[in-house]
Design a protein around this ligand. Structure first.
Ligand SMILES: [Zn+2]
Length: 315
């Protein structure tokens, strides 16, 4: 006998992609600076092209993925790091998250008419123009036994990097420097980022005084500012070599790189469970003439087909 569709626990047909050196953590020994270089490589194209968005929205989403990838690499336990931005602009909602193992996913919700109007006026809008006014939240979820930590700030600044910097300086009272990029290249969409954090104390063994620490931080951000988008997104330039180019005079220590992966966690079983909670009338409405209910995962954009007769079997 054939297995009913709602018992089919197969994973959806999404790319099984892993980028081994996606995140390269580093620190500057003896200086109050640590950072992460993020390169999504082919994963950027695989994640971003599953959604049919105009280029400026795709670019914004890619930068959001690079941001959560860099933040999740600092997680000490199992869990995930999630970014949510909700505004009154044409992109009304942006969600991106990354687990401690580097599994990435995102979705955006857009108001198509408003987006078309903005792009007609401004073909290359700022992130801020896409998002409008609203809030940005970052959530660390490390499982049921831990406190869920969430910080929320107003959307401030023209770019996603500026919005995230505003978040860290106000919500976490933590100086940071960020560069996020996502653009279409000859090899497809590429996304990446460089994040510097000013840490309490210093990266190495000896204690430095405040003036020296301030000067070290300044120097690191000035050096980081020389990074170009082309270098950041160049797959053929190894991350360690790129970091060496920037920080070789600053006691650079490059740590073990971490992998990133295509990380949608949807499944037929989970969606079938959701469907089981709907009343019969709604299910009839959803299946219409075809007798099939189609549910689409917002994250990976995969359609799941459920025969109406297989749902709501708990009579
Ligand atoms: Zn999915």
């Amino acid at each position: 006998m054939e297995k009913p569709a709602f018992l089919d626990r197969d994973r959806p047909d999404v790319p099984d992609l892993v980028v081994p050196g996606g995140v390269t953590p580093f620190y500057l020994a003896g200086r109050p600076v640590r950072g992460r270089l993020v390169r999504l490589g082919v994963l950027a194209d695989a994640l971003l092209t599953r959604h049919d968005n105009p280029a400026p929205v795709t670019s914004l989403a890619g930068k959001a993925l690079a941001l959560v990838a860099s933040l999740a690499s600092a997680l000490k336990f199992q869990g995930s790091f999630s970014l949510q931005i909700k505004g009154n602009g044409p992109v009304s909602m942006l969600v991106a998250d990354c687990t401690d193992t580097g599994a990435l996913r995102f979705y955006v919700r857009t108001d198509e008419d408003a987006l078309e109007a903005l792009l007609a006026q401004t073909p290359r809008p700022l992130d801020r123009e896409l998002l409008g006014d609203g809030y940005l939240a970052l959530t660390v979820d490390q499982g049921p036994d831990t406190d869920r930590h969430q910080g929320i700030v107003d959307i401030a600044g023209d770019t996603l990097a500026a919005m995230a910097t505003h978040y860290f300086t106000t919500s976490e009272q933590h100086a940071c420097w960020l560069m996020l990029s996502c653009t279409m290249t000859d090899a497809g969409w590429r996304a990446g980022g460089l994040v510097l954090e000013r840490i309490a104390g210093e990266g190495g063994a000896h204690v430095v005084d405040n003036a020296e620490a301030e000067a070290n931080w300044e120097t690191a951000t000035i050096l980081a500012s020389t990074l170009s988008t082309a270098e950041l997104l160049d797959d053929s330039l190894p991350p360690a070599q790129l970091l060496h180019r920037l920080f070789h005079e600053e006691n650079l220590h490059v740590s073990h790189p971490r992998a990133l992966a295509f990380g949608c966690r949807c499944s037929r079983a989970r969606l079938a469970e959701v469907l089981q909670t709907f009343p019969d009338d709604d299910l009839d409405h959803m299946s219409e003439e075809s007798g099939t209910i189609v549910m689409t995962c917002e994250f990976c954009n995969k359609d799941f087909h459920f025969p109406r007769k297989d749902i709501a079997a708990d009579l």
